[in-house]
Design a protein around this ligand. Sequence first.
Ligand code: SF4
Length: 324
Amino acid sequence: APPLVSFEDVSVVFGGRVHALDHVDLTIARGEVLGLVGESGSGKTTLCRTLIGLTPLTTGWIRIGGAPLIETMAADPLGFRRRVQMLLQDAVASLSPRLTIGRTLEEPIAIHGLPREAARRRLDGLLARLGLPRDIVTKFPHQISGGQARRVGVARALMVEPDLIVADEPTAGLDVSVQGELLNLLMDLRRDLGLTYLLVSHNLNVIRRVTDRTAVMYLGQIVETAPTRDLFDRPAHPYAAALVSTNPAIDPKRRRRPIVLGGEIPSVVDLPSGCRFHTRCPVAQPRCAVDVPAEREVGPGRRVRCHFPFSLAPTAAADALLVA
Ligand code: SF4
């Protein structure tokens, strides 16, 4: 089946010099949960914004269900908004303080023209599904808990029955047990409703727990894409290896020595020559400062942008990075 979403050579340049996204190729299969990781400033948020149509592309294409996003948006803006919903980091701030939760939840439905009776039924069904009390519809945002606000955010996104949910740090700021509940809920909904997610998180435990594949970004580029389990077991790109090495919850047998990156993240206005990671890469070679590495396939479902990726097969050199 064709992917639900495909990014084809997408670049976004702000003001002619800020390379926020640089030649991004990425697909998301229907029903898949794709994780997106990388430091702040790596382009994750810009990528999300392009997908919901908030940031225009400088070059390249995004297709949703095979059709160019830009054409779908122009031809049917409401239909587009219905298909792609965003879950925001700050769920409470994204709720209008002057509207009751009920009004907030009915709003998207009203916009999309669902008859009132059907809207009520959908709302009731969702509240039950999300474990929210029926009387929450009479409350105002300041009267509900942070965990409930996240659920309300999920309910609002689901009211329009989207295909794709773009979730930017959906669990940030929640305590661990509420975080776990929300993730379970998102994954149950995926199974029951056939949802597809793009999940952005700094929290590698969250990524490891719920995503099928993960894309790693560095300075506007995707440097590695891999099945999540493979990425955490044997990262191929040195930057991915550094990220993964800092995750304390990795299986102790596979735990790596933490790779501490030197230097600052270079500015997106003044990008390093050659490989963008060469100023911080622990295994950089002279060639890396000169030649731009192309993205290439290094294993089943794995793409890496590096001249000297870590071997995916067990080797002495790779194993030297594992803590005995
Ligand atoms: Fe490191 Fe060179 Fe690979 Fe870049 S291309 S990640 S500098 S080894």
